[in-house]
Structure formats: C-alpha cells, structure tokens
Design a protein around this ligand. Structure first.
Ligand SMILES: Nc1nc2c(ncn2[C@@H]2O[C@H](COP(=O)(O)OP(=O)(O)OP(=O)(O)O)[C@@H](O)[C@H]2O)c(=O)[nH]1
Length: 183
C-alpha cells in the first residue's frame, strides 16, 4: 500500500531542525491491526514549487494522500484548494485523501479553527484529523486509521491498482469497525 504525504515524523520521533524535503523522501511504517501487521510505504513529497514536476509523478500510484497544513498558518490552509486541484489532475479518482491539521501543540497561536477545517474536509469528502508531530499527538492514530481504511477498500476491490499480494487477515473474519474511525 502506498501513500504520498507531507512530512510527519511517522516513527513518533520529532526531528527539530530537519530541513525542507528535497524532492521525495521514502519511508516504511508498519502498523498492527487486530494482531496483523500492515506495511505502509510512504512517500513524503516536498512542498516547494520547484519540486512540483518530481512530486506530481508520485500521485498516480498512491492509494492514499495525506494533505498536511499548519493550524497556526492561515496561508497553509488557503493553499489547500490548489493541492486538491493537483490531486484531481494527477491522482487516481479512487485515492483516499486525508486532511491533517498539524502543530496542535501551538494551540494558542491557532489561526484555523477546527470547525472550519472539518467543514472544508467534509465538503471535499476527506477524513480530518489534527496532530502534533512534535508531541506525537494523533500521529499513530492517523496511520492506524488510514491502514484500516486501505484494508477495507482493498477488500471491496476499490483500491488504486488493487493490491495483488494477500492482505493481513485474508480468509479470516476480522471486523475493521473495531479500529476504524473513518466516517
Ligand atoms: N511546534 C511544532 N512544529 C512543527 C510541527 N511539525 C513540524 N514543525 C516544524 O515546522 C517546520 C516545517 O516542518 P516541515 O516538516 O519541514 O514542513 P513541510 O511542510 O514538510 O516542508 P517541506 O519539507 O518543505 O515540504 C519545521 O521547523 C518543523 O520543526 C509540530 O507538530 N509542532
């Protein structure tokens, strides 16, 4: 399963002073769902305009896209329609999109209300979550929820590029409702 996301420290470690992404970073995260291991392949694409031609080529085969904005930066929220246009143009129409409002550890500097972001994500049919990469708040939940959703879609055969290898728990009766919090 693959995804393209803006930078979120997926191992739960916040690396202060880490520079801007150059082109694309790749990492693997394994999550456990009902005792089964799910391996997520994650491409962290650079946000800067000058890398756009490289990053666009990663959209097509992604099963899910994580769009991350900064809750303390109105401008980052206002850029979202532009990113959605990119998704519409380059990603599969079956792609799962997740909107992440990051930096909730800086709540006193918040410029984008949760309600506004929720309304926006609902209108765009995106799952919405707020995180703090710095404090590791909701980061594990983000990837767990996403893995649940990907498995559920793979089982219904609606996943981009349909996963050909056996999925965790294949042939067993597992209720993903116990861990999936997607609407
Ligand atoms: N306080 C706080 N700072 C954060 C958090 N997440 C990222 N930062 C800081 O925000 C700045 C930008 O983070 P990046 O991860 O480089 O942002 P990005 O959007 O991935 O940038 P590109 O790599 O250029 O695409 C860095 O200085 C990070 O240390 C967070 O949850 N809380």
């Amino acid at each position: 399963m693959s995804g393209v996301g803006r930078k979120i420290p997926i191992q739960g470690l916040f690396p202060p002073g880490q520079g801007a992404t150059i082109g694309v970073d790749f990492m693997i995260k394994t999550v456990e769902i009902n005792g089964e291991k799910v391996k997520l392949q994650i491409w962290d694409t650079a946000g800067q305009e000058r890398f756009r031609s490289i990053t666009q080529s990663y959209y097509r085969s992604a099963n899910a896209l994580i769009l991350t904005y900064d809750i303390t930066c109105e401008e980052s929220f206002r850029c979202l329609p532009e990113w959605l246009r990119e998704i519409e143009q380059y990603a599969s129409n079956k792609v799962i999109t997740v909107l992440v409002g990051n930096k909730i550890d800086l709540a006193e500097r918040r410029e984008v209300s949760q309600q506004r972001a929720e309304e926006f994500s609902e209108a765009q049919d995106m799952y919405y979550l707020e995180t703090s990469a710095k404090e590791s708040d909701n980061v594990e939940k983000l990837f767990l929820d996403l893995a649940c959703r990907l498995i559920s879609e793979a089982r219904q055969n609606t996943l981009v590029n349909n996963v050909s290898s056996p999925l965790p728990g294949e042939g067993k009766s597992i209720s993903y409702l116990t861990c999936c919090n997607f609407n």
